[in-house]
Design a protein around this ligand. Structure first.
Ligand SMILES: *Cc1c(COP(=O)(O)O)cnc(C)c1O
Length: 407
């Protein structure tokens, strides 16, 4: 079936079928092309390929059929013209910066982004004369006031992790474009099932495929989606020259992951909603952070922006006895974690297996305690990346945690 039919298909169909050009062998499932280079029929054809006159494959750092299958599939789901895959989510973000910025440029970024991206902006891009100003995700005036003459890129992740704050992508896209800047959205937490940033005006959408797109915690990968001019030319140029390409095997995992992504996210979302409602009523819980709750301050915006789905990530704060110090709060949160028997204590997300994380001592452990407290990440905060086990078993396991701290 020609890939050109993709525009006639519904999202679910494109997720299953787009991007696979069946080979003469007639395979039903997408093959993995584990080859470094590609053979030419003649010396003339080799010359034409290298000159760019013949669009076929040359070398897998540039293009590879399995990687292309994944890229075309994700591009249509994100509603972008082009997708370029990378070896990790961080490689996707770094390659986007390298393709769009130069010395003397300035970034305005949400302060609530994946921690390693903060390190990239502060410790590495600064060496090349690129500065970043960090602003609170939901404070539109702060974004506006942070923009300078040399601002070229606005960067955010929505909803944020672990507090699930939501930014209005359309409003920030408008702000970026009024100031000669591009808007880059890290769409890892939502995936195109919940949110399509390009349709809301963003210029680039980025996914770490390590999370929900793989969906089973097996591989590392990333992807950048946007226009032909920006992603197809500028970003692809960086990838083929600098080399952070995705391996064919990981592209195969990610492409197959896209086939079940929609069903999985519906199930992750349903279980997370159930647990959020239960936790909100729990006597040992002070506060629940989940965009699916009517009590969430940006519930309506999230509903609109995320197609009525709220994903698998939620956080909650344990109710402390009055006068508890941060260290005592931490002890209690650890006691909760250690009493569980099924959920995994790790820091990933987007896995079939439920993950329990204590952000203050892990993902946000290197953040200055005062900055962390100001951002709302207390020592009593726990994050759950809700998996696909029976929700009653997840609930029962968390109940072990509550039992341990109620003694
Ligand atoms: C994990 C993650 C990244 C980085 O992706 P890697 O594949 O680990 O390099 C970036 N953004 C978000 C939101 C993430 O969760």
């Amino acid at each position: 079936m020609p890939y050109d039919d993709k525009d006639k298909w519904d999202f679910a169909t494109r997720a299953v079928r787009a991007g696979h050009k069946r080979s003469p062998e007639g395979e039903q499932s997408e093959p993995i092309f584990t080859t470094s280079s590609f053979v030419f029929d003649t010396a003339e054809q080799a010359a034409a390929r290298f000159a760019g006159d013949d669009p076929g494959n040359i070398y897998s750092r540039f293009t590879n059929p399995t990687v292309r299958t994944f890229e075309e599939r994700l591009a249509t789901l994100e509603e972008g013209q082009r997708c370029v895959a990378t070896g990790s989510g961080m490689a996707a973000i770094f390659s986007t910066c390298l393709a769009t910025l130069k010395a003397g440029d300035h970034i305005v970024s949400s302060q609530s982004i994946f921690g390693t991206i903060t390190v990239l902006f502060n410790n590495y891009l600064t060496r090349f004369g690129i500065e970043t100003t960090f602003v609170p995700l939901t404070d539109f005036d702060a974004w506006k006031n942070a923009i300078r003459d040399n601002t070229r890129l606005l960067f955010l992740e929505t909803p944020s992790n672990p507090l699930l704050e939501v930014a209005d992508i359309s409003a920030l896209a408008e702000l970026a474009h009024a100031n000669k800047s591009i808007l880059v959205v890290d769409n890892t937490i939502c995936t195109p099932v919940l949110q399509r940033p390009l349709t809301l005006g963003a210029d680039v959408s980025i996914n770490s495929t390590t999370k929900y797109i793989d969906g089973q915690g097996r591989s590392i990968g990333g992807a950048i989606i946007g226009s032909e001019a920006l992603v197809g030319n500028e970003v692809f140029g960086v990838i083929r020259t600098c080399g952070p390409a995705m391996s064919p095997f990981n592209a195969w995992i990610a492409a197959k992951g896209l086939e079940t992504l929609s069903l999985r996210l519906q199930a992750h979302s349903a279980s997370a909603q159930f647990l959020a409602l239960w936790l909100e009523q729990h006597e040992l819980v002070k506060k629940v952070y989940y965009t699916g709750l009517a009590s969430h301050p940006q519930h309506d915006l999230a509903n609109r922006q995320q197609h009525g789905l709220h994903g698998g990530l939620l956080s909650f704060e344990l109710k402390g006895s009055s006068g508890q110090s941060p260290d005592q709060e931490k002890e209690r949160a650890w006691q909760f974690c250690n009493a569980t028997e099924m959920v995994s204590i790790t820091a990933n997300l987007g896995d079939t297996k439920t993950i329990l994380t204590h952000p203050a001592s892990t993902t946000h452990g290197r953040v200055d305690p005062e900055v962390r407290a100001a951002a709302g990440i207390s020592d009593g905060l726990l994050r759950i990346a809700v998996g696909l086990e029976a929700v009653t078993d997840i609930q029962g396991d968390l109940e072990r945690g509550f039992n341990a701290i109620s003694k």
